[in-house]
Design a protein. Structure first.
Lengths: 191, 102
């Protein structure tokens, strides 16, 4: 039995929260210490790549709406590209900090997909509000890997990047299939 | 050994080493706190919204409703981080400090 959308969002929120904690701990201790154990070094690329694969599964179940299907496909593709890129970085195949620009582009594209696929206004329902909020958070967070590409030694960008996933997790946990936001709930949303 | 050769550690070097150790222990503490703070967030959420803990209500709901609730998931993520990631990370952080001081 397929889970309800809110349950899929809560599970995604858990993956984001774990990823956020892992990246935050890397920002705290430094990359050289963090990558001392191989399994830990491959955690972030594996979560991104695995998350991308799971998002493709969601794509399969998103046939009720072409917009949802396309948006989930964009997120799946973006996550898989970033995961593959991070695998290459950890393996030492890619060394330039400028590769963070790919992560930045993937985040920006993902943010745009969130904003564009939500056709309802902010206060239509809680779900609509959260889609707008997550879209803008993710799109603005694209600046952090961009800054890391330009100033690779500044740990603050890595910490901000990590905290972005924690914020996204909180927003995803707040999701409900049908609930008001700040006392607003469109009558059309009850259908 | 002649005391003319073996001199004391210069004050500035000792101060630098002390501040490096303090910085490292602060980082280790921060990493160790991430898991428990996440678990605490889950507990606070469960107390604030007890109806989300469905198995306490004995409601007739589906398996997802019993197992997949945000306060439980937040707590679980905290436990996984605290047990799986944090201990080894702190160990490596401290061993690096020992290595650089040797």
């Amino acid at each position: 039995m397929a889970p309800r959308p809110e349950i899929a969002h809560w599970l995604t929120g858990s993956v984001c929260l774990l990823l956020g904690l892992v990246l935050l701990s890397e920002a705290l201790v430094g990359t050289s210490v963090f990558r001392r154990r191989a399994w830990r070094a491959y955690l972030w690329p594996a979560i991104a790549l695995g998350g991308g694969v799971l998002l493709w599964v969601i794509v399969v179940f998103s046939t009720f709406s072409p917009m949802h299907l396309l948006a989930h496909a964009v997120w799946a593709q973006a996550a898989m590209i970033v995961g593959a890129l991070q695998f290459a970085v950890v393996r030492g195949k890619l060394t330039s900090p400028r590769w963070s620009l790919v992560t930045s582009g993937a985040l920006f594209l993902s943010g745009l997909a969130f904003i564009l696929h939500e056709q309802n206004p902010w206060l239509y329902s809680r779900s609509a509000f959260l889609h707008h909020a997550i879209g803008w958070v993710v799109a603005v967070a694209a600046l952090f890997p961009l800054a890391e590409a330009l100033r690779p030694r500044a740990a603050v960008w890595r910490a901000a990047f990590a905290l972005t996933f924690v914020v996204v997790a909180v927003l995803l946990y707040a999701d409900r299939d049908l609930a008001p936001i700040f006392g607003h709930l469109s009558d059309a949303a009850t259908r | 050994m002649s005391t003319d050769i073996a001199t004391g550690i210069p004050e500035s070097a000792a101060r630098l080493r002390r501040s490096a150790v303090a910085r490292r222990s602060r980082r280790a503490l921060a990493v160790l706190l991430l898991g428990p703070l996440t678990i605490l967030a889950g507990l606070v959420w469960a107390v604030a919204q007890p109806y989300r803990i469905v198995f306490l209500e004995r409601a007739d709901r589906g398996l997802y409703d019993y197992l997949v609730q945000p306060p439980l998931l937040v707590g679980l993520v905290g436990v996984v981080f605290a047990l799986v990631v944090a201990p080894g990370l702190v160990e490596d952080l401290e061993s690096e400090g020992d290595g650089s001081e040797a």
